[in-house]
Design a protein around this ligand. Structure first.
Ligand code: TGC
Ligand code: FAD
Length: 382
């Protein structure tokens, strides 16, 4: 049985037998298949593609329509224990690409794409951000034009996860006055995905810039029900929900590694570091924050199950859990001393990855402004 997660409020006891089994299954997979290779792929700066068939066997996304929100959250939490890049690979595929198709696609699109995407036989990516428009996608420049054979799409997208692995890209583009979603097969003429090099965070993720030069797609490529930015934002809700769970995995793994080190390393009169009051103060703070993150994730899971989850709830959870996870890993790094900067420990990798996770899917400022708008009824983005 793998070691359980830090669980001061015994929240794990409340999960159904099926949910508990999911946690054990994914945790075992991460211990055996993910953690042993992530430092190597982080150093190489490439995504561990060999994991794709193994992730496929877990069948995480095959029944995504039926999976309950808490099981999905627990799955992402366990995957992010191995690395935020692995959770992100699954999040983009499930919460962004498959969810765009299942929410806004035609029956034919669903039949064609959802089964191979669910099995990870086909990888997808989600292109919303552009080089000049990150927090404010409504100003995007990518444009689609109708022609006799379908649509021609031109523009560029930036920072796209799974961008070079993808066989299908959900591309958001302006058509007339409205933003629409298109399913673009990446082998079309004029489509070019180039890896972004030089990252010090998310090194083991496939992050790309995408160029579209009059890419011709058939009429059937448009997502018929996605005719505004609101459609893209509905997909983001699902991904942000998953991130709120996922980051607990990275933070709690960093905490576990650090606690073990503090109990084992003697300093001053042969006493373990864990015996010093200042260190225990930090351990208590981290355990409290991890517990608070777990409570928030559980509660948004319940709200989602009941159909009562609102976007300001998701903003609160994404903002809080990313910030706290990042602070926990920074504290872990400090408590590990010099070892904290070495890749013998996963802490540094989790910490640098969380700098991405706090930025993508809406930065902390953006989520604060969503919450501010809810509280004051005043929109303060501009
Ligand atoms: P605004 O006028 O507020 O809204 C436009 C329309 O959308 C509706 N809406 C939402 N609908 C569902 N869910 C939400 N969360 C929604 N937020 C807004 C809104 O009601 C409106 O509908 P309608 O019918 O009136 O047209 O739009 P705005 O242009 O002022 O922007 C609002 C803002 C800033 C919150 C939004 O642009 C935003 O969230 N910006 C952040 C961009 C972002 O998060 N990008 C993520 C890119 S994907 C990514 O990062 C993947 S990372 C990999 C991984 O996930 O693992
Ligand atoms: P900017 O919008 O330029 O923001 C810079 C700073 O200004 C931030 O601190 C921000 O909070 C602040 N700011 C912006 N506007 C305001 C305001 N009104 N008030 C106060 N402060 C403000 N995008 C996709 O579409 N698909 C993907 O798969 C994807 N994957 C990604 C993977 C990685 C590794 C990374 C790093 C990013 C990814 N993104 C993806 C892009 C991501 O969503 C954007 O980076 C994010 O939305 C922020 O946009 P930006 O980087 O342009 O920052």
């Amino acid at each position: 049985m793998p070691e359980p997660i830090l669980d001061l409020f015994e929240l794990e006891k409340a999960w159904s037998e099926e949910q508990k089994e999911t946690v054990v299954q994914i945790r075992r997979f991460v211990n055996q298949e993910v953690l042993p290779i992530m430092q190597e792929y982080h150093n190489k700066g490439v995504f561990p593609k060999d994991l794709i068939p193994k992730l496929s066997k877990l069948g995480i996304l095959e029944a995504i329509e039926e999976i309950d929100p808490i099981t999905y959250g627990l799955t992402l939490r366990e995957l992010e224990r191995g690395g935020s890049e692995i959770r992100s690979f699954i999040s983009v595929q499930g919460s962004l690409v498959m969810s765009a198709i299942s929410k806004f696609g035609s029956e034919e699109q669903k039949k064609k794409w959802l089964p191979p995407l669910g099995k990870l036989d086909v990888i997808g990516c989600f292109g919303l951000t552009e080089p000049d428009f990150g927090s404010n996608p409504s100003a995007m420049r990518t444009r689609a034009e109708k022609f006799s054979g379908g649509y021609k799409i031109s523009g560029s997208k930036c920072w796209i996860t799974n961008g070079t692995l993808a066989k299908v890209a959900v591309i958001w583009a302006r058509l007339g006055d409205q933003i629409h979603g298109f399913l673009v097969e990446t082998d079309r003429k004029g489509f070019d995905a180039r890896p972004i090099h030089g990252k010090w965070s998310f090194r083991a993720s496939d992050t790309a810039e995408i160029f579209l030069d009059k890419v011709e797609v058939p009429m059937t490529a448009i997502l018929p029900e996605a005719n505004s930015l609101g459609a893209a934002l509905k997909c983001l809700n699902q991904a942000r929900y998953g991130i709120s769970w996922g980051v607990i995995g990275a933070a709690s793994h960093a905490f576990e590694e650090t606690l073990k080190h503090l109990l084992e390393r003697p300093q001053f009169e042969g006493k373990p570091l864990a015996s010093h009051q200042l260190i225990q103060n930090k351990l208590a703070w981290m355990a409290t924050e991890i517990t608070a993150m777990q409570l928030i994730a559980k509660h948004i899971g319940i709200l989602k199950q009941e159909g009562n989850l609102k976007s300001h709830h998701i903003s609160l959870a994404k903002m809080n859990n990313c910030r706290k996870a990042l602070e926990v890993t920074r504290t872990c790094r400090e408590l590990l001393g010099a070892s904290g900067i070495h890749n013998e420990y996963h802490v540094g990798r989790h910490m640098t990855n969380l700098e991405t996770v706090i930025t993508y899917e809406g930065t902390e400022h953006i989520h604060a402004l969503v919450l501010g708008q809810h509280l004051t009824k005043i929109k303060a983005f501009v």
